[in-house]
Design a protein around this ligand. Structure first.
Ligand code: PLP
Length: 395
């Protein structure tokens, strides 16, 4: 498929000074060349206008976050009122749980996926402790959709929140989020998603799937830069729900009266009402450069190319199936995104070091998983050939 945005990115050089085969977009995406101009615009306005930039900058800072709303909504299948760019991922998960984890004596459990990313586990456990619940009784992990449905059939009335990752960080397995939302809602549970590995990778339809909330980071497939500002979704049906408790701050207050500095909080309708603080414009500018690229490339076309590239990687590896490694990620393209996780024999760290020395960039996770992801915006079949050749020689 011809969908070539590679030239629009800076490709890091390998040890020999030539372009590396960078297959690590599942960890940190590459820098779009346009980022510098987006940031320089804000630096210039700050230089020339100082505080006046809040209202007189080319893109007034007081509403800068709105410049990302439409693209973000299209990317995750949401209404504009349902999305906001703010904070970082785990912070957003906490903010969402403050509003949407409303335990009662009977309904207090939180269901997560098995082997969920540690930060999600820490966040969920600390929320349970905060509400005075005992982890052994209130935290449940399920392997997949079927196990979740069985659990909900048996004990759904005890579950307050189902919080599942769109794609598991270690296995690369994608969950059927529509099915999970249906199953959770049928039993009266709130359903939220961590889309760290799914945003910018899969085609998402958060509004249609009826998720209550979702949060994602933007430094992976979304190329927002290291530690970049995160995304958050709150379903439209909660947009004006004043009964939801929230940790409020002035930036969530409706814009029309925010600067009257009144004593009472009046939330902006929708996801923007969950903002707490004045957002970092320089970080928003970096992310905006990338979101504009995504919008131009179109997530449906990117996903189609991604399925091709990851399928190509899988077939190339299959030809060496006798070399003692095994595939952890499901082979059904519907059940995965760009990433393949490979269980390798021997030391995964030593293998990764040999790949890095040859200018092939991927990463590994304990104890024996090598993670490789062709990102459709900037990776090519040539990157994959280089990886497979080097991987097989290095085993
Ligand atoms: C699935 C998942 N959840 C949460 C996090 C934590 O993100 P942050 O440090 O941006 O809060 C990550 C980071 O890689 C992740 O992959």
């Amino acid at each position: 498929m011809t969908l070539d945005y590679r030239d629009r990115f800076h490709i890091p050089k390998g040890p020999d000074g030539t372009d590396s085969a960078y297959l690590c977009g599942h960890s940190l995406g590459l820098q779009p060349k346009s980022v510098r101009a987006y940031i320089e615009q804000e630096l210039k306005d700050w230089e020339v206008l100082g505080v006046e930039g809040h209202f007189r900058a080319r893109h007034p800072w007081v509403q800068y976050n709105k410049l990302l709303t439409e693209q973000t909504a299209r990317l995750v299948g949401a209404q504009p009122v349902e999305v906001v760019t703010m904070n970082s991922l785990t912070v957003n998960l906490h903010l969402m749980m403050v509003s949407f984890y409303r335990p009662t004596a009977q309904r207090h459990r939180i269901v997560v996926e098995e082997n969920a990313f540690p930060s999600d586990r820490y966040a969920v456990k600390s929320q349970l402790r905060f509400h005075g619940y005992v982890l052994a009784e209130s935290l449940v992990a399920v392997a997949g959709e079927e196990e979740l449905e069985d659990l909900l059939d048996r004990e759904g009335e005890s579950v307050a929140l189902v919080l599942i990752g769109g794609i598991n960080y270690s296995s690369g397995r994608a969950f059927d989020l529509a099915r999970i939302a249906r199953a959770g809602h049928a039993k009266g549970c709130v359903v939220g998603f961590d889309l760290a590995h799914a945003a910018g990778n899969l085609v998402l339809k958060l509004h249609e799937w009826d998720a209550d909330f979702a949060a994602w980071c933007t430094y992976k497939y979304l190329n927002g830069g290291p530690g970049s500002i995160a995304g958050c979704f709150v379903h439209q049906r909660h947009a004006c729900d004043e009964s939801l408790p929230r940790l409020a701050g002035w930036w969530g207050h409706e814009l029309e009266t925010r600067f009257r500095m009144g004593p009472d909080f009046h939330a902006t309708p929708g996801a923007e009402g969950w903002q707490v603080s004045n957002p970092p414009v320089i970080a928003l500018a970096a992310l905006r450069a990338s979101m504009d690229l995504f919008d131009e490339a179109d997530i449906d076309r990117l996903r189609a190319k991604s399925v091709e590239l990851t399928g190509y990687l899988e077939s190339a590896l299959d030809r060496h199936a006798d070399r003692g490694f095994s595939m952890v990620t499901p082979c059904d393209p519907e059940r995965r995104g760009a990433q393949l996780s490979i269980r390798v024999p021997g030391s995964v760290r030593a293998l990764w070091e040999r790949l890095a020395a040859a200018g092939v960039v991927c990463d590994w996770r304990e104890p024996d998983i090598l993670r490789v992801a062709p990102a459709p915006l900037y990776n090519t079949a040539g990157d994959i050939d280089r990886f497979v050749d080097c991987f097989v020689r290095s085993l």
